[in-house]
Design a protein around this ligand. Sequence first.
Ligand SMILES: [Fe+2]
Ligand SMILES: [Fe+2]
Length: 177
Amino acid sequence: MQRTQLDAELRAQLPASTREAWPRHANYAQGAKHLQDIHRAMLANSEGMTRVLTALAEGHVATAQIAAAAKNAHDVARHVVDHLHTHHRIEDEQLFPQFARWNPKISRPLALLEADHRVLNAAGSVLDQALRSYPKAAAQATEYARVAQAAAQLDRVMRRHIADEEDIVIPAYLGLR
Ligand SMILES: [Fe+2]
Ligand SMILES: [Fe+2]
């Protein structure tokens, strides 16, 4: 919730590699690219839902467009929450144990990511609850405040987590130790 970057001690346990070099690596297409593509799609959806819900809450959507914007933001947010759970399950049950066996040095960084998943699940539950009492069609702007806040919080935590996760997991995908 509060981390602004990976701490130096933890970073020292990772192999030296730079984000810019990943796509040029011979092994990039074997899994690493797929994970980054999924993450980009998750972040694009999360950015979209947060932007539209915030605009609705601040009264910045033209009256004629409110109904369509609200429905679309709801559906995207629903997808973000559901996809998050599936994505974490695959990482926790398959991906992370596999990488921890392959390179025990990154066990602690991987444990941090698993702990992040619990924080993300909690933020996802807050948004899930807000979606269950989503404002009705004729709602006032202020009624979108709760769901907009929940979306913004999840978006912020997801961005931090995905950036750190890629720094930890992509080098392992590329076969760097
Ligand atoms: Fe993750
Ligand atoms: Fe992930």
